[in-house]
Design a protein around this ligand. Structure first.
Ligand code: KG4
Ligand code: ZN
Length: 346
């Protein structure tokens, strides 16, 4: 009997402050190793110089560990997928250079992957014995991360249309910057999420944008939050300490209201009721609950990713690499990663 030919892809992700490597075999995840850089915490945000240096220190060990856990010998790999952007250029260069070196030494193709494509296809990640319940095409995906807030119409694995995007800050930035205003650590999103559970979400009102279409804007909210805190602290220096839970809950509710206002409009206009969320902010418990409640109220079919697939990881990059490999979409060694990449540039 002929041996079944399996396609094994190594994925490498290094777009921001997570060094990650993963192995996917025939679209099934065998391993996913993430080293999150803690060095940035004390600076209140990611320091690009430190991030690229930490990627250089981590990448060999992370790749070795991902291969070891997958039990796939390096020589059995069929292709190397890596994040080509968007992200921090110095960080991207580390992953890209490593991927190129490995592809040359093993004599296998390279696949440059758009990071945002990875966040969307994270919904198709399955471990070996997991069920196959994945979104049916077409579906709408609310992609919310530290750098992006978009509503994407997903027509196929490699076919998308952005129908709404932020015109200024991303939802994750709104969480992180407002957390900084309150003196909370970076990244602010998970901290606000935790504090929100103890607060009154209706205690404070912050401004919401009114822009046409499906586009988002979060800069007005950020300013309104900053001014509220500044004015109240002028009257009572202990204001933030005494109201931190209510501030967090009210901020979180406002961000979710803004996100859902456009998402509900997009569902209505497209008539597509299959709706997914992805990206780092999709780990937010309030957003996940709102998805479930809206699904029930509006009869949507919703897809909520596993928490481990919401923030940056190489599993999603390896999986996109697998679908691109199937279509023969390889990259040349001259491909240079870019801090900004057109989303439609796959
Ligand atoms: O997707 P991601 O890991 O990186 C980018 O591609 O940007 O997203 C990081 C963002 C950060 O802004 C972080 O604060 C936010 O995701 N985030 C959260 C939560 N977990 C991560 N925001 C709200 N609630 C959370 N639980
Ligand atoms: Zn990301």
């Amino acid at each position: 009997m002929q041996k079944k030919i399996e396609v094994k892809i190594l994925g490498i992700e290094s777009s921001c402050d997570d060094t990650s490597a993963a192995v996917v075999c025939d679209g099934k995840l065998l391993s996913n190793v993430i080293n999150s850089q803690s060095i940035h915490e004390k600076y209140g945000g990611v320091v690009p110089e430190l991030a690229s240096r930490a990627h250089q220190q981590n990448i060999v060990l992370v790749v070795k560990e991902a291969l070891a856990r997958s039990e796939v010998p390096m020589g059995d790999l069929d292709a190397i997928a890596f994040t080509k952007g968007p992200g921090l250029l110095g960080s991207l260069l580390v992953g890209a250079s490593f991927a190129k070196g490995l592809s040359v030494s093993l004599g296998i193709p390279l696949v440059g992957v758009n990071h945002l494509h990875g966040h969307i296809l994270a919904h198709f990640l399955r471990e070996k014995d997991e069920d196959e319940c994945v979104p049916e095409f077409p579906f709408l995906c609310l992609l919310v991360s530290g750098g992006h807030s978009q509503i994407v119409l997903v027509k196929d694995y490699l076919d998308f249309e952005i129908i709404g995007k932020t015109i200024d800050d991303a939802a994750g930035e709104a969480f992180d910057k407002c957390a900084k205003v309150m003196g909370l650590p970076y990244p602010g999103g998970p901290v606000i999420d935790k504090l929100s559970k103890l607060g009154d979400e209706n205690k404070f009102k912050f401004s919401k944008p009114s822009i046409p279409g499906f586009d988002y804007s979060f800069s007005g909210l950020k300013t309104s939050f900053l001014y509220t805190v500044r004015d109240e602290v002028a009257k009572d220096p202990e204001f933030v300490t005494n109201n931190v839970n209510d501030l967090a809950a009210s901020l979180q509710k406002t961000i979710i209201d803004i996100l859902f206002n456009k998402l509900e409009k997009a569902v209505k206009q497209t008539g597509i009721r299959r709706v997914a969320i992805s990206g780092g902010v999709s780990a937010n418990s309030g957003l996940r609950n709102r998805m479930l409640m809206t699904a029930e109220r509006k009869k949507w079919q919703v897809y909520i990713p596993k928490i481990s697939y919401t923030t940056d990881n190489a599993a999603m990059i390896a999986l996109v690499g697998y679908y691109m490999y199937q279509k023969g979409k390889f990259s040349s060694l001259s491909l240079i990663p870019q801090a900004r990449v057109n989303f439609m540039d796959l």
